[in-house]
Design a protein around this ligand. Sequence first.
Ligand code: GLU
Length: 417
Amino acid sequence: MVKYNAYQEMLDVLDDAAEKLGLELSDYTALRHPERELKVAVPVEMDDGTLRVFSGYRVQHSSSRGPCKGGIRFHPGVNIDEVKALAAWMTWKCAVVNIPYGGAKGGIEVEPSELSARELSRLTRRYTAAILPLLGPERDIPAPDINTDARIMGWIMDTYSMFKGYSVPSVVTGKPLEIGGSLGRKEATGRGVSIVADEIAFRAGISMQKARIAVQGFGNVGGTVARIFYEKGYKIVALSDKDSALYNEKGLNIDEIFAYVEVNKTLKGYIGKGVQEITNEELLTLDVDILVPAAIENQITKEIADKVKAKIIVEGANGPTTTEADKILNEKNIIIVPDILANAGGVVVSYFEWVQNLQAIFWDEHEVNTMLKRIMIRSFDEVYDISKSKGFSMRLSAYMVALNRVVMAKKIRGIFP
Ligand code: GLU
């Protein structure tokens, strides 16, 4: 079996989209290579006085349509190919929703739950210092991703600002509200996922009020999706985190689960009426109407795809479905709203946050959510229409929209020198 390589997965879809657009290799070959890749060693003095050195990365895939934009991930599985893929996916994501950014991503190979708050702060600040030449509101703007949050973005903002000698809120998004964060940013990715889920279910003739829904992942994305669905009265029959997966055919009590996780920090051990523990694979292959993979990449593999029974998949995570699995799901006529469209809500509100910072004004939450909904539905319609009229999958259609925009920008700008 060929080892999973996230960047190769990205290239496969890209080449396919380029072919369908009738592009020559020379039209887009530059986009097969990230513009910049930086690997840094991040030494951290641990609380017990020992020194540990972590590997960190920041990759800028494309700056053709604007400053590079993308999150920073703290995870033991972080590696250069993953960061490269995630950076490229950001380029396509920003292009598909038509916000004026290119794509970037960063990460540190670390299990952050093993670090104290002080160690985490030192790690974040030293990493920020190491990638500092790449950053800037006009250059490259980080944001949260897996295992990073507003508090960490605050440390990044502070570190960058200390080097500059003045406060630069617009260098990072997903910050705490007190230092220039935006209302609605934390929930934005999940909210965007829920908006496109409603749209696709409507198009497919599925009633969300009656649908059986499974959500993989209980981080910022999965947790928010579950909460929004639950508030709307939808039935979530299955939910998981990295430790456990829960199933209740009558629907899970999401409020109760949030209260449990607040105290226990894990789904493991939760006992609710009618709830049974299932495996991660069982969750992905349940007989449901809607499946929302909202954990991490490489989850719906070829082996899983054969067994998937969901009618619709809405990708909350980046890259949850492998290319091989994608083919199988397409053959099975399972509709997939692809990651670069489905989870773009986060970066859309990051864009709003950056705009607010640059103008030194604040929008209210209603304004943020209204604009988010408008952009998500506009982008969804555009992709859906191509998919319907040309008979391509929504993934291929989304890549075609995105690639066309980036290629046009490159063409207009021309090659330097
Ligand atoms: N990490 C998020 C993503 O994968 C958000 C990126 C951003 O807001 O810049 O889309």
